[in-house]
Design a protein around this ligand. Structure first.
Ligand code: UTP
Length: 277
């Protein structure tokens, strides 16, 4: 069974909830403590065995590319000083994987961003998708994507989406699933709805920003019409595979912070600060 090699990071959204901070820098580059959100995501992908980080950018591309590249000037300044350790982690990341980039020219939604990534991912194998503004943590060392990769290893014929139970009045912020629990914490998905009003939500299980997708999703996305909000929704494309019994929803172990919202971002900052103190 081939292992999960590539991880796609859609990072082209406008990040309007974080304006004006996101006017010139991508939301994914906002730091929680000293690390940008995207670096946490890349570390998680590495933990799941991924070697290629494929990033879909829109604007502010340079900051992302520069972050995951060697800065010779900085290296020269810092070498041999007491500050050198600040670069240890990022150096090790740069040496452990390859970064590839493409640009989403028009922001037509997450599904469209994933489709844009096809040129980086190819159609040969399953791949991971990480939305870096959903910051995930697990104290026991098994990251959420690692846990999902384990599920996918056991069920290679299925996509895997991470789910979390959310309050009923928040279903309209997420893709929401329904299905049958086939083993503890694992649901075979039969229905999915993008951002349903609470009264129309099929459950309170919301999809968060972690996916493992079969490459056939690209063909489906190509034919997926714009849905909710006029955007091409990954939920709509996944529903087609769900109808064939090819989508599993996994209740992950750990915590998730919605760092796309100011409140979630502050919570994450406090949590990581307390933990690292
Ligand atoms: P969001 O729904 O959080 O949208 O996108 P956003 O534009 O980033 O933020 P707000 O709502 O305006 O504050 C979820 C993820 O999908 C990516 C975003 O970068 C984010 O990681 N995305 C969304 C794209 O890459 N392209 C798109 O067209 C839309």
């Amino acid at each position: 069974m081939p292992k999960l090699k590539k991880c796609l990071f859609p990072a082209a959204g406008y990040g309007t909830r974080f304006l004006p901070a996101t006017k010139a820098i991508p939301k994914e580059m906002l730091p929680v403590l000293t690390k940008p959100l995207l670096q946490y995501g890349v570390e998680e992908a590495l933990s799941a065995g991924c070697e290629v980080m494929a990033i879909v950018t829109g604007r502010g591309k340079r900051a992302i590319e520069d972050h995951f590249d060697i800065s010779y000037e900085l290296e020269h300044q810092i070498k041999g000083t007491s500050k050198e350790h600040y670069l240890t982690e990022i150096r090790s990341i740069i040496n452990s994987c390859t970064f590839t980039y493409t640009r989403q020219k028009e922001m037509k939604g997450l599904g469209h961003a994933i489709l844009t990534g096809e040129s980086l991912i190819g159609k040969e194998e399953s791949f991971a998708v990480v939305l870096a503004d959903d910051l995930c943590d697990n104290d026991e060392g098994k990251t959420v994507l690692y846990q999902m990769a384990e599920v996918h290893k056991r069920h290679p014929e299925c996509c895997v989406v991470a789910i979390e139970e959310v309050p009923k009045d928040e279903t309209d912020k997420y893709g929401v699933i329904a299905g049958e629990e086939i083993e503890e914490g694992l649901i075979k998905v039969s229905d999915m709805v993008e951002k349903p009003e609470p009264e129309n939500a099929p459950s309170c299980y919301a999809i968060i920003g972690r996916y493992i997708l079969l490459p056939e999703i690209f063909d489906i996305l190509e034919n997926t019409k714009p849905g909710k909000g006029g955007e091409i929704q990954i939920t709509d494309a996944l529903l087609e595979l769900a109808k064939e019994g090819k989508v599993l929803a996994y209740k992950f172990q750990g915590r998730r912070f919605d760092c796309g919202s100011v409140e979630g971002f502050v919570k994450a900052t406090n949590y990581f600060y307390e933990r690292e103190r």
